[in-house]
Design a protein around this ligand. Structure first.
Ligand code: DSN
Length: 448
């Protein structure tokens, strides 16, 4: 009954929310950066806290009436500090990109040299990609993965030694292996750089103890809160003891960069939801969850490979699998995303190392197990889902994008219609529905 007031007030918006609820319930959500929050997190996020302005920080605000908001923000940041074992946490960034921007402006001046993994190799826009303000404001030197998909640490060392960056990012959005924090810390130390870990993808795995924590190795950690951490949309910036030792004003500088530097009033409903999510993530059940996310990803990768699908680095250490479709042809990611979508499986097309096509028409897809694991699925379901994925992916084997860009849209429209009628895709969709219904999601939201 959570949404009955929306239904009364705005039937149109309600209708779309209801359709989206059904989509989430009846499909397999396999985008690795998505998850299903608890109802408690959603209630905090949908609470009356959205009504309040609170520019500033607890105890020093520009507006009155913040006695309870102060408590909530302090609670969230204390929980973050305890969970990740850091001395400083700012929970106000609106999302991951502003969090990363704030770190730049706290540490660097425009024009300074920075390093991050190339976007098409699995990095993030805000790690210095040329079309992002980060790539335009700073002198960005991208590093890469090797042919085998692993980070090219020799290249990182060479580039860092030659270019003496002010800051280096270690953190990825499409990298299936353990993030090499320790190796990067040696490089950063030898070259004097600030080392910043963006753990948005793996924060829940770090909190759950199934991925090495960056805290011992880096100066600053940023993370979104809505991926494996299973909180609301939002982000946090944390400074480690090592970061405080390098610059004991770093926390203060980050606070100042967030407000007044970049943001206005914090989203207090979001802060409260982060507090709830951090409490959940500190429970023993969350450790089990994080452990199962990785077990599921390994089982899924094994099933895919047994069924003839190539995965970058031949498996995974994390929640994420990068499928390489080049054995079937170049630039097939878009066809795979559409075909799987028609089967009720949501994924995203992605570039692969050495991408032979283009970022918009890449040759891979990215898969993840965080959301399926939240539903309670385990290895047997991963085995079946791996088979279904392989069967559907094989249906796009003979596809080829037209050379002429104008024709692509028309071609994709006819592909979309055709693939919906494909017998194998229809069979996969029936199976997807059966699995989804066995692992119900948000039944308590079902409206009147
Ligand atoms: N959109 C996020 C992801 O999917 O990895 C990164 O910002």
């Amino acid at each position: 009954m959570l949404y009955d007031k929306i239904k009364d007030t705005d039937p149109e918006t309600y209708g779309y929310i209801k359709s989206e609820l059904a989509r989430q319930q009846d499909g397999l959500e396999m985008i690795p950066s998505e998850n299903f929050t608890s109802i408690a997190v959603m209630q905090a996020s949908g609470s009356i806290l959205t009504n309040k302005y609170s520019e500033g920080y607890p105890g020093r605000r520009y507006y009155g009436g913040n006695e309870f908001v102060d408590k909530i923000e302090t609670l969230a940041s204390e929980r973050a500090k305890k969970l990740f074992k850091v001395p400083y946490a700012n929970v106000q960034p609106y999302s991951g990109s502003p969090a990363n921007l704030a770190v730049y402006f706290a540490i660097c001046k425009p024009g300074d040299t920075i390093m991050g993994l190339d976007l098409t190799n699995g990095g993030h826009l805000t790690h210095g990609w040329k079309t992002s303000v980060t790539g335009q404001t700073f002198n960005s030197i991208p590093y890469h993965v090797k042919k085998d998909g692993m980070i090219d640490l020799e290249e990182v060392r060479k580039l860092a030694t030659e270019n003496k960056p002010r800051m280096i990012w270690v953190g990825y959005t499409a990298y299936p292996r353990e993030f090499p924090f320790e190796e990067f810390s040696r490089i950063a130390e030898d070259t004097g750089a600030y080392l910043v870990a963006d753990i948005s993808h793996i924060a829940g795995l770090v909190a759950g103890g199934v991925h090495k924590s960056p805290v011992e190795y880096v100066h600053v950690v940023t993370t979104t809160t809505h991926k494996t951490l299973r909180g609301p949309r939002g982000a946090m910036i944390m400074v480690t003891d090592k970061g405080m030792k390098k610059d004991n004003e770093l926390g203060k500088k980050i606070d100042k960069t967030i407000i007044p530097g970049m943001q206005g009033g914090p989203h207090n409903h979001q802060t409260a939801a982060i507090a709830v999510a951090l409490l959940e993530a500190a429970q023993p059940e969350f450790r089990e969850y994080a452990n199962q996310v990785v077990k599921n990803a390994k089982a899924l990768a094994a099933s895919l490979m047994r069924n003839g699908i190539t995965t970058v680095t031949n498996g995974t250490d994390t929640h994420l699998i990068l499928v390489d479709l080049t054995p079937f042809g170049n630039g097939l990611g878009i066809f795979a995303e559409e075909a799987l979508g028609a089967a009720g499986i949501t994924v995203n097309k992605n570039t692969i190392p050495g991408e032979p096509s283009s970022p918009f028409y890449p040759s891979g897809i990215r898969l993840g197990t965080p959301a399926l694991t939240t539903r309670g699925m385990k290895e047997p379901e991963m085995e079946t889902i791996g088979m279904l994925l392989a069967e559907v992916l094989k249906q796009v084997k003979n596809e080829k994008l037209p050379e002429n860009k104008e024709e692509i849209q028309r071609y994709m429209e006819s592909f979309r219609t055709e693939i919906k009628g494909n017998q194998k895709v229809k069979e996969a969709n029936a199976k997807v529905l059966e699995i989804s219904r066995r692992f119900p999601l948000y039944n308590e939201i079902e409206s009147k």
